[in-house]
Structure formats: C-alpha cells, structure tokens
Design a protein around this ligand. Structure first.
Ligand SMILES: *[C@@H]1O[C@H](CO)[C@@H](O)[C@H](O)[C@H]1NC(C)=O
Length: 621
C-alpha cells in the first residue's frame, strides 16, 4: 500500500511539474526595473477593468502597452506602463507619485470598487504583485495571492477606505553574482492614509487617519509608494512561482480520485456481471428459440435488430455535433498534454486560453473527418454541406452568444469585453485555419468506406412502445447524470474557482485522472441506459445515447448556480448588478453546453460500440 501511494505521489508530482517557458532576466544594481499596471478584478464579481480606466487613479502622460496574446486579452488583462520608479537595489522610504483631484462621481465610484472587494494587479518582471499570507508565528513557507486590495470596506460603519500608499517589497536572488540579480518575489503592502497635500505622509505614525472615499463630494488624493529590495537566496528563480501555487490541496484531490475510483470499480463490476449474464442468456435463448413461434412475444433488445441501425433522424445535425465534440476533446487532450509538459505554467500569462484556441482551430480537421464519416454512414450525399455545417454550427452559436454578451461588457467598459481587433483576429483564424481544415477533414472522412453495420435494416420501422416511467426525459436525465456528477464534483470546485476567482490551476495531472474516470462513468451509465431502453423497445437510440451521456451537464449548471450564491456572492454587500450576473450565467451555460457536447458524444460512441457489439453476437450465434 505504501508503495502504491509513493508511486501515485511521484506520478502526481511529475504531472504537476512545470518548466517556466520564459528565460530569466537579470538586473544589475542601479538598473531600472519597470512596473506595469494591469487590471483590477474581484473574486466576487466577474467584471474586470483596466487599471487606467478607474476614475480615481493617476495615469502617465504617455502610456506604453506591450503586445498581449489572445488568452491575456480574453481574461481581461490590459498591461500598461506606469510612472513608478524602481531601481534595482535602491530603497525608497517614501515617494509621491501624484496628487489627483477626484470629482464627486469619481469619489463615489472609487467607493463602489472598494465595497466590491476589487483587487489590483501590478506586474514586475512578469510576476504579479502579491498579498502575502503567512500564519503569524508559524514557520510555514510564505504563500502569495496575486493582487492587493484596492481598499478596505468597513461593513459595520458602511465606510470605504482607499489604499493610496503601497509598500513594494521586491525579492531578488543573486546566485549568479552581484551584477546578476534575478527577481524572485514581488510583495505589495497597501495602506490607506489621509493625504491630499502632495507630500509624503507620516508613515511611522500609526494614529494617522485613513482616507475615506465613496462620499458625494470632491476630494484630493495623494498617491505615494515606498520600495524595498530584499535579498532572498532561499528561492531560486526557477521556483519563484511556487509560492503562488496552492499546494496544500493535494490530499483533497487524492481523496476525490480515490472515492470516485471506488465508485467506478463497483459500478463496472456490477455492470459487467449483469450484462454478461443477460447477454449470455439472451443469446443462447435466441439460438434455442430460432424455430419457436413465440420469439415475437418475448420483448427485448434482440427484436430490434431490424431497426437499431436505421439512420438517425436529423443525422445531418448529429454528425456535425459529434464531429465538433471530437474536436473539443482533442483540443482538451492536446492542451492538457502541453500543460503537463510545462508550457502552461502560470509564468506564461494567458497561455492556457491561447493554446486552447489555437488547438481548437487546428483540430478542425478531426471535426471534419469524424463528421464526414458518420454522415456518409448515415447515407448523407452532400459532403461539402456537411463540412460547412461542421465548421459553422457550434462555433457560430458560441460566438453569437459571446458577441451579444460582449455588447453589455462594452457598455460597462469592462476589460473582459473582447476588443474589436480580437474579434476580427478570431474570425480571420476561423476563416483561414479552421474552415479549410474542417473541409479537408470532411473530404477525407467522406472518402472512407462507411461503417458496416452487423444487421440489415427493415424497410418498415417497428412501432415504438410508450416509455416506461423511469425512461421519461426528466427522470432518466437525472438518473443518468447523477453518477458522472458524483465523480467530478470535488474537482469541479477547483476548476470553477480557477475560472471565477482567478486561482491558479496547475494540477493538470489530477484533471487527466478525473477526466478519465469521468469518461468511463459516462460510457458505462450511457450503456446501461441504452440497454434498458432497447429492452423496452426504444430503437431510436442514437440521440437518446447522446442525451444520456450529456445528462450530467444539468447538474454542472446547477452546481455553478450554487457556486455563484455560496462562493462568489457570499459575504458580499450590495447587489452585483445586471452585467456581472449575466456574464456569470451566460458563461456557466456555455461551459455546461460544451461539457454536454463532450460527454454526450462520449456516451454516443460508447453506446454505438456496445450496440454494434451485441448485435454482431446475435448474428454470429
Ligand atoms: C533595503 O531594505 C532592505 C529591507 O529593509 C534591507 O535588507 C536592505 O539592506 C536595504 N538595502 C539598502 C541598499 O539599504
């Protein structure tokens, strides 16, 4: 048992291992180190803003903006240069940045941001400025959470205090010699001090008044900062991200995996035994009954042999859906695989999203191929129409929904809104990469000989008997979805947290294991459900298997809603507002839909394999 655990632990650490994809930058004493401002975000409200869009902050005369990748733009990053003067090795006890006159509107708005728990993200040498967590008196390692608080809200008095002074502690290591310092930590300690005098506040005086914002009046705010350079040779540059990564949850992950693995083992055992017995009995009975008259009277799956392989209704839509989900799954696998290789470490900002988008475009070829092949199997004739349908159906729905949501985000001038250039870039990528690849794939898939089904289809379809109660849509979906959801809901919490609360998620190893267990569960439950419905005479199993496979998405959406109220909104004063709520629900719906497509097609392919298998057994015997 020890050995097993040790092996597991080793495997997980190997899977979670990452290689920083950016080469280190060295600074010599006296060299200027730029500080970039990025965005403000809240763990309670999915509505980030560019730092310079805040009405109460100081903006330099000329702002330089580095180039951002698609992933960064989509997650709301808006990196821009600042006037903070950081010189390697030079401590600054206090320096005024600027003094700003706030109109009463700006003052009130600053109060709102503070109230909604907004955090500020600044960047030095690609590291986000962090709030440090260390249990007082404990010798445990420091932990970093990206961002520092814009201000503090006193819920009892209903007063917002704005942080207008920040102490920047920059940690460096100098293993490579004095002139070769590398930044390994960026800590931010914000503070609120009443000050509008354009001089440095008295920082040693602990009695000093805090700066109140949010009132309906004009005020003057002086922003200041101090800088400390601290040599820290305990951390190497290659491990500087470790402090940002939550490492203490490993046990929870393992517990989740262990639990679901046991569920799966039991489930598989039961399924295997039952199916084997039933199949054996049915097949041998069929052989004996070959000459008997009462064959037609015994109900069961074997009577449907002339109907199960009749091409599905709306096969022209089912094939593109299945093709697209193969594309999504390949994208997922490829992205995760790259993640375990370290390309998606948090040091590569926006890497996950960018890689995912590029992979999705490239995997268009798989979508076309599978769609084309199934389309041909179901007797479709116009392969080009099928190719277009595959390239357009799902992406267009997703994009249309996103663009409508984007209008609202634009209106609120949130940095989560896609700029026009990004929309255009995505369209160009789709037009010149995904579309041609999908057409090529569809052509290849269509040229392949169709699947040969083990049974010939009767000319006249059998009448379908009414559904038994437990196979009616709602009970059957709730039933089929419960087990897959039980398998993933612990891991789902971490995924939702990383999506909505900007937690770094790097445990791709766990994602793979849970994903595999999930796939297995979905396949098994779908097979059981399809088996049950075949036995009750429902030979229209194609769409049915897709729906059974996708059924746990209902639970995923419900869990997202629960997460919204229990995690995001919990402890939040005031209302979130229409746009953030809409953003959350639209995105949850899209995530659940994509999940439904993936698990639906897993269920479909498992059921297809199963149905072909059992009917070829009948044929043989
Ligand atoms: C700057 O401040 C840090 C922390 O207080 C100290 O360790 C360091 O020696 C100081 N550097 C200089 C050049 O004074």
């Amino acid at each position: 048992m020890r050995l097993v655990w040790a092996t597991f632990a080793l495997a997980s650490s190997a899977l979670a291992f990452y290689i920083p994809s950016i080469s280190p930058q060295s600074f010599s004493p006296g060299e200027r180190v730029p500080l970039y401002v990025n965005r403000v975000f809240s763990e309670h409200i999915p509505l980030p803003f560019a730092y310079y869009d805040l009405p109460h902050v100081c903006k330099p005369q000329t702002v330089q903006r580095p180039w951002l990748n698609i992933g960064e733009v989509l997650r709301g990053d808006r990196i821009a240069s600042s006037d903070y003067q950081l010189v390697m090795g030079k401590n600054v006890s206090c320096q005024v940045l600027c003094t700003k006159q706030l109109t009463s509107e700006a003052n009130k708005e600053a109060g709102h941001f503070v109230e909604q728990d907004y955090l500020v993200e600044w960047i030095v040498d690609k590291l986000p400025g962090a709030t440090v967590y260390q249990r007082p008196g404990s010798s445990a390692a420091k932990r970093y959470d990206p961002g520092f608080r814009l201000g503090d809200y006193d819920a009892v008095k209903g007063i917002s205090y704005l942080n207008n002074h920040v102490s920047l502690h920059i940690l460096y290591e100098s293993h490579g010699g004095e002139g070769n310092r590398r930044i390994v930590g960026f800590e931010t300690y914000p503070r609120s001090v009443e000050n509008g005098a354009d001089v440095c506040p008295d920082l040693d005086n602990t009695e000093v008044q805090k700066l109140v914002v949010g009132e309906d009046k004009e005020i003057t705010v002086t922003y200041s900062y101090s800088v400390r350079w601290i040599e820290d040779n305990t951390v190497r540059w290659t491990h500087r991200w470790d402090r940002y990564l939550p490492g203490s949850n490993q046990q929870v992950h393992w517990y989740a995996i262990f639990n679901s693995a046991i569920i799966i083992l039991l489930l598989s055992g039961v399924v295997a035994v039952i199916l084997m017995r039933m199949l054996n009995r049915d097949v041998s009975m069929l052989n004996e009954e070959d000459y008997r008259e009462d064959v037609e009277e015994t109900s069961g799956w074997k009577l449907l042999h002339g109907d199960v392989f009749r091409a599905p209704k709306y096969g022209g839509l089912l094939a593109p859906l299945l093709g697209t989900t193969v594309q999504v799954m390949y994208t997922f696998i490829a992205t995760i695989a790259l993640g375990t290789l370290g390309i998606l470490s948090p040091s590569y900002r926006g890497g996950l999203l960018t890689t995912g988008i590029v992979m999705f475009m490239l995997m268009g070829i798989a979508a076309g191929y599978y769609s084309g092949h199934l389309y041909r199997t179901w007797g479709g004739g116009n392969w080009f129409k099928n190719a277009l349908m595959t390239a357009i159906a799902v992406p267009m729905v997703l994009v249309a929904v996103e663009l409508i949501l984007n209008l609202f985000l634009w209106y609120r001038s949130s940095s989560a809104a896609m700029p026009f250039s990004t929309v255009f870039l995505m369209f160009v990528l789709w037009l010149f990469v995904e579309l041609p690849l999908t057409v090529l794939g569809a052509w290849l898939g269509f040229r392949r000989p169709p699947y040969s089904e083990p049974m010939r289809t009767n000319a006249i379809p059998r009448p379908i008997p009414p559904l038994p109660a437990y196979l009616k849509p709602i009970p059957s979906i709730l039933l089929a979805g419960s087990l897959p959801f039980a398998v993933i809901f612990i891991e789902l919490f971490f995924v939702l947290k990383s999506i909505w609360q900007d937690a770094f998620y790097y445990e791709y190893g766990f994602t793979i294991i849970v994903g595999l267990i999930l796939a297995l569960t979905v396949c098994e439950t779908t097979i059981i459900m399809v088996w049950l419905s075949l036995n009750s005479g429902q030979h229209n199993w194609w769409w049915r298997s897709f729906v059974y496979g996708a059924s746990s998405s209902v639970y995923i959406f419900a869990y997202s809603v629960f997460f919204y109220f229990a995690r995001l909104r919990a402890g939040m004063p005031g209302v979130a507002g229409f746009v953030p709520t809409l953003t959350f629900f639209v995105h949850s719906l899209l995530i659940s839909a994509v999940y439904a497509l993936c698990t639906g097609s897993m269920g479909f392919f498992a059921a297809y394999f199963f149905v072909r298998r059992i009917y070829s057994m009948v044929k043989l015997s």
